[in-house]
Write a protein that binds this ligand. Structure first.
Ligand code: PG9
Length: 636
C-alpha cells in the first residue's frame, strides 16, 4: 500500500498509458471500512426477488437485525456508503443503531428500484382488493425468514422500523408476523389514507399528492413530479378546473393508481378494506410495537395514533406503546431542535432514538433491561418537555376520566366556555370557489419537487401546519373568533373536536377548523413571534359526508347542519397573555381540491357550472351552538 502511494519520480512517469483502470485497487482508508455491505436478491414465495442492502458491522456476532422495507430506493436510503465508519455512513436517525452494533438492512419493495415484480401503490392485503398470493405481509415474512437463515452474524432476532410508506410496510408485517420479528417501530405510518393520511382528509382530496404519484409510478426507478409550465400550483390547479380536468389534461388518468383514487371518492369498500387500524385490531399481534407520530405531520397525521387507539379498544394495549413528538413529517429521522417557529429543549428526535427506540429494541432484541417507556409519551409543546401517560387521551368525549370542555363561538367573534344565550345568531361569509383560501402564501410549489432520501422537498410544505395564520385572517371568507387575553394558563391534552353548526346556500361544502394559539403583540427576546397566530390543530371536513363517509348526501340548502370531526392530537398550554383563536373557512387550496358547493356524484368530475359561490352561516345560538370541544386539564 505504501509503495502504491509513493508517486514515481517525474522523469519515469510514462507520457501515454494503455489502461488507466488498474486490475485491482484498494482505497487507502486506514483500516478500511468498519462494515461490510452485501447486496442480496432475496427470493419471495412466488419466485420474485427483492433487492436487499445489508450493512454488517465487521466482526459482528449475535447482532440484532433492523429492517426497513422501502419504495424509495434501498441503495440511497442505506446512506452515504463512501464513509469508512458505519455510524457516519447511515442516515442520521440510524446512527444510534450503527453505534450499538445492529445489522442494518434496507430492501426495495417489489416492483421498485432494484426489486423484481410488479409495483402496486400501498399494495393491499391479499383478499378482495389484492387477488394475488403476495402482499407486504408475505414479503416481510419471506424476507425475515431468509435473513435469519442466511445471516450468520445475527442473533436471529429482527425489528422493523420506518417512516410513512416505510411505516406502512412495518405495520403490514404485524398482520402475520414471522416468529423472528421481535419488535416493530412504525413511524408516521400510513394507516387510513382516506380519513387522515396521504390521499384524503375526511373526504377532501389532497391534490398535492398527485405529484408524488407521478414521481413514484411513472417508472420503476426515480421519477419526477408532474411536469409543469406554471410555477405557482395555486394558479395551475385553479386554471385546470376540477381535479379530474387537471388529471386528464396531464395524462395522469393513465396512471392506474390515480384512476383508482378518482373512481373511489367516497369511503367505500376500496378504502375500508385498506384501513389498517381495523385490520390490525382484528388480527392483533403480540409483537412489541412502538407507534410514532409527529404532532405537526403535514402528510400522515392519522396513522400511528389511530392504530394505537384501535388496538387499545380491542384490548391490546399491553404490547403497544405510542410516542407523539413535536415533529413534521419524518422529522424524527432528522434533527429535532425545532419545528416551524417553535424551539425545543435539545434535539427531540435524538432523544426519541436514544432514550426510547434504542432501549426498546435492546429489551426485545437483546434481552436488555426493561426500557421502562411510558405507555404514551407526548411532547408538551407549551411547557417544552416530554410528558408520560398511562393512557391517551387523558380527556375525551366519554370514557377517559375527564370530559371535553366546549369553547363556544359567541357574538362579536368571541369565544367562551359559557354556553350561548337564547338569541338566534350566526356569522356569514361567502365562499367562492373561484377564489379559494390558500393553505400557504402564494406562490405554492409542488411539495415533492426535489424529494428524495433526505426528505428535503419544498421547505414551506414541511411546516405549513405551523404557518402564521395572519396571512388569511383579514379575508372576508375566513371567520375569526378569539378569547380575551388569557389571565390563567389553559392546558389541553388530547383530541379536540370541531363541532360546527352551519347553513349554506349551496348543496355541498367544506369546513376547515383551525385551533390557534395567538401570541402577545410583543414577545420580548423573540420579536418575530409578536402576534403570531400559531395553529396547534387544524383539519378539513367535506360536508357531503356529515352523515356517512360511504354514502354522501346533498346538504339541504339553507338548513342548519352539524359538522363534527376530530382535530389532531394536542398537548399544549395556552399561556397567560396569549389568546385562543378559532378560524373557520371553506377551502385550503390547492392542497385540497375545491368543493364545487353544488352536490355532484363525483367531485373529481365536477363541471365548470357546478362551481358556485355560497353564503355560509356559522350558527352560534343556544339551540344551534358551534364550539371546539377542548381536552382541558387542570394542573401540570
Ligand atoms: N407521505 C409519503 C407517502 C406515503 C404513502 C403514500 C403516499 C405518500 C411518504 O413520506 O412516504
Amino acid at each position: 500500500l505504501a509503495s502504491a502511494l509513493t508517486p514515481p519520480p517525474q522523469s519515469q512517469a510514462p507520457l501515454v498509458g494503455t489502461n488507466d483502470i488498474p486490475r485491482t485497487f484498494d482505497d487507502p482508508v486506514p483500516g478500511g471500512q468498519d462494515f461490510i455491505k452485501r447486496v442480496e436478491m432475496v427470493p419471495m414465495r412466488d419466485g420474485v426477488k427483492l433487492y436487499t442492502v445489508i450493512l454488517i458491522p465487521k466482526g459482528a456476532k449475535n447482532a440484532p437485525i433492523l429492517l426497513t422495507r422501502t419504495p424509495y430506493n434501498a441503495e440511497e436510503r442505506a446512506g452515504n456508503l463512501m464513509s469508512p465508519k458505519l455510524v457516519d455512513a447511515v442516515p442520521l436517525g440510524d446512527a444510534v443503531f450503527a453505534k450499538a452494533g445492529y445489522i442494518r438492512i434496507y430492501q426495495d419493495v417489489r416492483g421498485k428500484y432494484g426489486s423484481e415484480g410488479d409495483y402496486v401503490m400501498m399494495r393491499p392485503v391479499r383478499g378482495p382488493l389484492n387477488p394475488t398470493k403476495v402482499d407486504q405481509v408475505t414479503d416481510a415474512w419471506d424476507t425475515i425468514d431468509w435473513l435469519v437463515k442466511h445471516l450468520k452474524e445475527s442473533n436471529g432476532r429482527v425489528a422493523m422500523i420506518g417512516s410513512s410508506y416505510e411505516g406502512f410496510t412495518a405495520a403490514m408485517a404485524l398482520l402475520e408476523p414471522h416468529p423472528a420479528l421481535k419488535a416493530s417501530v412504525p413511524e408516521s405510518p400510513v394507516i387510513d389514507a382516506y380519513m387522515g393520511d396521504d390521499w384524503f382528509h375526511y373526504g377532501a382530496f389532497r391534490n398535492m399528492m398527485l405529484g408524488y404519484v407521478h414521481m413514484q409510478t411513472v417508472q420503476k426507478g426515480p421519477g419526477a413530479v408532474t411536469p409543469s409550465d406554471t410555477f405557482d400550483k395555486y394558479e395551475e390547479y385553479l386554471q385546470a378546473g376540477s381535479t379530474g380536468d387537471y388529471v386528464r389534461s396531464r395524462g395522469l388518468d393513465k396512471l392506474p393508481f390515480v384512476a383508482r383514487m378518482m373512481g373511489h371518492p367516497s369511503y367505500d369498500a376500496f378504502w375500508q378494506g385498506q384501513d389498517l387500524a381495523k385490520l390490525l385490531a382484528a388480527r392483533p399481534s403480540n409483537v412489541p410495537t412502538l407507534w410514532e407520530q409527529g404532532l405537526f405531520d403535514q402528510e400522515d397525521m392519522w396513522g400511528a395514533n389511530h392504530a394505537w387507539l384501535a388496538l387499545k379498544a380491542a384490548g391490546h394495549i399491553g404490547n403497544n406503546w405510542l410516542v407523539l413528538g413535536p415533529w413534521s413529517h419524518s422529522q424524527v429521522n432528522g434533527k429535532g431542535y425545532s419545528v416551524g417557529p417553535l424551539q425545543w429543549n435539545g434535539d427531540t428526535s435524538a432523544q426519541y432514538m436514544r432514550d426510547m427506540v434504542l432501549p426498546f429494541l435492546e429489551q426485545y432484541l437483546r434481552d436488555g433491561p426493561d426500557a421502562k417507556l411510558p405507555r404514551v409519551a407526548v411532547y408538551n409543546t407549551g411547557d417544552n418537555h416530554w410528558d408520560g401517560f398511562e393512557t391517551w387521551p387523558t380527556s375525551c368525549e366519554s370514557g377517559c376520566g375527564k370530559a371535553l370542555k366546549p369553547l363556544f363561538l359567541t357574538e362579536r367573534f368571541g369565544l367562551s366556555f359559557d354556553a350561548p344565550g337564547a338569541v338566534q345568531a350566526g356569522d356569514t361569509y361567502t365562499s367562492d370557489p373561484a377564489k379559494p383560501v390558500p393553505f400557504l402564501p402564494r406562490p405554492v410549489l409542488d411539495p415533492f419537487y426535489g424529494y428524495g432520501s433526505t426528505y428535503a422537498g419544498y421547505l414551506p410544505w414541511s411546516k405549513w401546519l405551523l404557518n402564521d395564520q395572519r396571512f388569511v385572517d383579514g379575508r372576508p371568507d375566513v371567520l375569526v373568533y378569539e378569547t380575551p387575553v388569557l389571565t390563567e394558563p389553559v392546558r389541553v391534552q388530547g383530541i379536540p373536536v370541531a363541532d360546527i353548526r352551519a347553513a349554506t346556500t349551496g348543496t355541498d361544502g367544506d369546513f376547515v377548523v383551525k385551533l390557534i394559539d395567538v401570541y402577545p403583540s410583543s414577545v420580548p427576546g423573540n420579536p418575530t413571534m409578536g402576534g403570531y397566530q400559531l395553529p396547534i390543530a387544524l383539519d378539513i371536513f367535506r360536508g357531503r359526508y356529515r352523515e356517512s363517509f360511504e354514502h354522501p348526501t346533498a346538504i339541504p340548502a339553507n338548513q342548519p347542519q352539524r359538522y363534527k370531526f376530530d382535530l389532531p392530537n394536542v398537548n399544549h398550554v395556552f399561556q397567560p397573555g396569549h389568546k385562543i383563536m378559532v378560524q373557520i373557512q371553506s377551502s385550503l387550496f390547492p392542497l385540497y381540491d375545491r368543493n364545487p358547493q353544488t352536490f355532484v356524484p363525483n367531485i373529481f368530475n365536477a363541471k365548470p357550472g357546478d362551481y358556485r359561490a355560497a353564503n355560509v352561516t356559522v350558527l352560534r345560538s343556544k339551540e344551534q351552538a358551534s364550539a371546539v370541544w377542548l381536552p382541558v386539564v387542570e394542573g401540570r
